[in-house]
Design a protein around this ligand. Structure first.
Ligand code: NI
Length: 191
């Protein structure tokens, strides 16, 4: 079936030898800039979304925010069903958190911008988010558990916040960063 502009953006969920976009790493300034709102959802933006998805699947990621590929825009791609070839990914344009749950859970997180570092982070167990989809249509989603965590992690990227900023165990943080060759001073702790 031919794809139309009303279809979700589907790319093959596979690893490419040469992903279309480079992922910026901890210490790079682009990760610390607040992202700008997107005013127009057009084919050019959909091309970027497609490239972000291809890059995310190539790097074994379940979420990627535009600032991570050096683009200062409020855009996220997420796919926690990466093993299901037919499950459409989630694309969020100008996402806004409407509410979060009061319950907090600790779980391990990682980030394509901080490869090899996995540490515990506290997050609300549920989030409600409003956004535009890849066709510019307003959407609202209530997410829980892993999906809520991924959304909150990716939303942080749009505000220049990285998960290591939220790590409470500073001993583990220092150890992990050192092991992977990242500089401690690149962290901007907010906990
Ligand atoms: Ni990340």
């Amino acid at each position: 079936m031919a794809a139309t502009s009303a279809s979700p953006i589907l790319v093959e969920k596979k690893k490419l030898k040469n992903p279309p976009l480079d992922v910026h790493h901890l210490g790079d300034r682009v990760l610390r800039q607040p992202a700008k709102r997107i005013s127009k959802v057009d084919d050019k933006l959909r091309d970027l979304i497609r490239d972000m998805l291809k890059t995310m699947y190539s790097e074994d990621g379940i979420g990627l925010a535009a600032p991570q590929v050096g683009i200062n825009k409020q855009l996220l791609v997420i796919d926690i069903n990466f093993e299901d070839a037919d499950a459409p990914p989630l694309v969020m344009i100008n996402p806004q958190i409407k509410s979060t749950n009061k319950d907090i859970e600790v779980d391990q997180e990682g980030c394509l911008s901080i490869p090899g570092v996995f540490l515990d982070v506290k997050r609300p167990t549920a989030v409600e988010v409003a956004y535009k989809d890849e066709n510019g249509r307003p959407q609202r989603l209530k997410a829980t558990e892993l999906l809520a965590r991924v959304i909150l992690h990716e939303m942080d990227h749009l505000n220049g916040v990285l998960f290591v900023d939220r790590v409470e165990n500073k001993v583990a943080l220092t150890q992990e960063l050192q092991k992977q060759g990242f500089e401690q001073k690149a962290v901007r702790s907010i906990v």
